[in-house]
Ligand binder design. Structure first.
Ligand SMILES: [Zn+2]
Length: 310
């Protein structure tokens, strides 16, 4: 990926890793906005106490793919209390709990809609300090549950919260201090102390995403971040970016202007040639005002998968 240049004079480039501050914490504008976003949308700061309860970490197999198969027939109700309220409030019963857990031992959940055919993979919360991507994904999952007619062909796989530890602590990096969007096994990965991980795929959250990609090989991917307000793309996704931009009103931004070694877009889009969109939401407290537009853009991505996928 990339990210994009900020929109608006007050915005800061929170995706850039050229500044020391960006490596350890969200830039101030993103942090304050997203912190406000969570408490505003939930109505109470006490929600923090209701966030994912730490559990004893389960075994963390190293090999990518060995946990690729979902735990079938297991409702999230069994683990509902282990998921943040922001994630479950819109969602009824469907969903899967992955065998992997986060670095801090938290539950990693995902949802699958549709039975067979091309897959659209949607990721949120790779940077836990960014709240609105997870809120959007959760609301989208709830919407798909009540609109089964929206997925009559192909499959939509949604992982709303890739880094539950960062979400709980409102930090950009995971519990090991790694920027997960620099931990993918892209050819451009490079070591930067341990902030990109001790090696590519050193982090369980990265293995979780790769396991999903192996179990559900995607024909298009949307990784949702905030608050740069644009549709960024990697790999053969320029046309998809234009279509999504038309649906959601955010501008297409192809260029990033700074290196993003080991980013998800570098791996999935550039190296694997899977059409990959980084949807950067607007700054703001809540995703609700943009939900319909964003939902349409996500469904556009699925139409693209159906037209171009395997
Ligand atoms: Zn981000």
């Amino acid at each position: 990926m990339g990210g994009c240049r900020p929109v608006g004079s007050e915005s800061r480039v929170v995706e850039a890793d050229t500044s020391p501050a960006a490596s350890t914490a969200e830039a101030p504008i993103g942090e304050s906005l997203m912190t406000e976003a969570a408490s505003s949308s939930s109505g109470t700061s006490a929600d923090l106490d209701l966030m994912a309860t730490r559990t004893t970490p389960r075994a963390q197999p190293d090999a990518v793919g060995m946990d690729a198969s979902p735990i079938s027939d297991r409702s999230i109700d069994a683990d509902r209390a282990a998921l943040p309220l922001e994630l479950t409030r819109h969602i009824s019963t469907s969903g899967n709990i992955h065998p992997l857990t986060s670095a801090g031992g938290r539950t990693l959940a995902y949802w699958v809609f549709g039975e067979t055919g091309p897959v659209t993979l949607i990721l949120g919360g790779m940077h836990g300090a960014e709240r609105t991507p997870t809120l959007l994904c959760a609301e989208f999952v709830g919407w798909l549950e009540s609109h089964p007619e929206a997925v009559t062909a192909g499959r939509i796989v949604v992982a709303p919260l890739v880094d539950p530890d960062g979400f709980a602590s409102r930090r950009r990096n995971n519990d090991n201090g790694v920027d997960l969007n620099r931990n993918y096994p892209a050819t451009n990965w490079r070591r930067r102390a341990d902030r990109h991980g001790s090696r590519p795929v050193s982090e369980p959250e990265t293995r979780f995403v790769l396991a999903l990609m192996e179990a559900y090989p995607p024909s298009a991917i949307v990784s949702i971040h905030a608050p740069l307000a644009c549709v960024n793309y990697d790999g053969p996704a320029e046309e998809l970016a234009r279509q999504m931009s038309h649906a959601c009103g955010l501008p297409v931004r192809a260029s990033v202007g700074y290196p993003t070694p080991g980013s998800f877009g570098s791996f999935a889009g550039v190296d694997k040639a899977i059409p990959t969109i980084t949807l950067e939401l607007r700054p703001g407290r809540d995703v609700a005002p943009d939900f319909d537009a964003c939902r349409k853009a996500l469904l556009v991505a699925h139409e693209f998968s159906l037209a171009n996928g395997r």
